[in-house]
Design a protein around this ligand. Structure first.
Ligand code: ADP
Ligand code: MG
Length: 261
């Protein structure tokens, strides 16, 4: 058991290897990190550094070669069903209406049908998407699909939310809108979040803490505390401290690229 109840997600010494040309290839090497209750933590690293792999390990759909995953103090290594997850591309079921997409996820999580339906309707209303509840996902814009996808992850009764580059496919303006939107919603909910991105600005805008990964084999080179108060001001990126941290992160990532490979 983990003595500190505020530690919602703990990774200890996670190592993962895959076979490449029949030879073992280390993707993640001795990765340890912690997400405390109600904390927004971002993992930043170059593309191909093993971020999505790490989420599959946390989600229990793959096993690490070494190390453990603890959620709420319990060793859940290799066991699925303990996190809610939002992938890079909205993964709504195209044959289900938007409201049903959310309600069915809640039902799978054990919420009775009627209650799941009411929650879906109420929340779509709250995020200004009540009018699309009876539409199929295919008619929504990319940004709207990501809002619904995020809502679905948010409503899942799980202690930890893992968001894997959720805005990477959106255009710059929609992306900025989505960051603001997510921040406002998260600041009222305060769920424990592990967020993955390779955008430095996004990491600084959203997070309480940032872990920096090297290129594969990925190791954590540094963690940074983001000091800006909440609720975050939309123009926080104009502060000198923001610029300083941005430069620091750029340098760390550049160093990580050299070390990796
Ligand atoms: P990221 O999400 O940081 O871009 P990934 O976790 O998707 O990185 O991939 C990290 C590395 O692991 C890549 O080189 C990828 O090719 C490799 N990889 C991922 N999954 C597998 C797998 N199932 N078998 C072999 N190699 C894999
Ligand atoms: Mg990825």
């Amino acid at each position: 058991m983990n003595a500190n109840a505020r530690e919602q997600l703990v990774l200890k010494g996670i190592t993962k290897r895959y076979l490449r040309d029949k030879r073992p290839f280390t993707v993640l090497e001795d990765v340890s990190l912690t997400v405390h209750a109600g904390e927004f933590v971002t993992l930043i690293g170059p593309s191909g550094s093993g971020k999505s792999t790490l989420f599959r390990l946390i989600g229990g759909i793959e096993r690490p070669d070494a190390g453990q995953v603890y959620i709420g103090g319990r060793d859940v290594t290799g066991q699925p069903g303990f996190i809610s997850y939002m992938p890079q591309q909205a993964s709504l079921f195209p044959w289900m209406k938007v409201g049903r997409n959310i309600a069915s996820a809640l039902e799978i999580a054990g919420i009775p049908r009627k209650e799941a339906h009411d929650m879906a309707v109420e929340w779509l209303n709250r995020i200004g998407l009540a009018e699309v509840a009876n539409e199929y996902p295919g008619v929504l814009s990319g940004g709207m699909q990501q809002r619904v996808s995020f809502l679905r992850a948010l409503l899942m009764p799980r202690d930890v939310m893992c968001l894997d580059e959720p805005f990477a496919a959106l255009d710059a303006l929609t992306r900025t809108d989505m960051q603001r939107w997510l921040l406002e919603l998260w600041e009222t909910q305060r769920r424990s979040v592990l967020f993955v991105t390779h955008s430095i600005e996004e990491a600084l805008m959203l997070s309480d803490r940032i872990y920096v990964l090297t290129a594969a084999p990925a190791r954590i080179v540094q963690q940074l505390v983001v000091p800006f108060p909440r609720p975050r001001r939309p123009d926080v990126w104009m502060e000198p401290a923001f610029m300083t941290m941005k430069r620091e992160l750029l340098a760390l990532l550049a160093r990580g690229e050299e070390h990796g490979g």
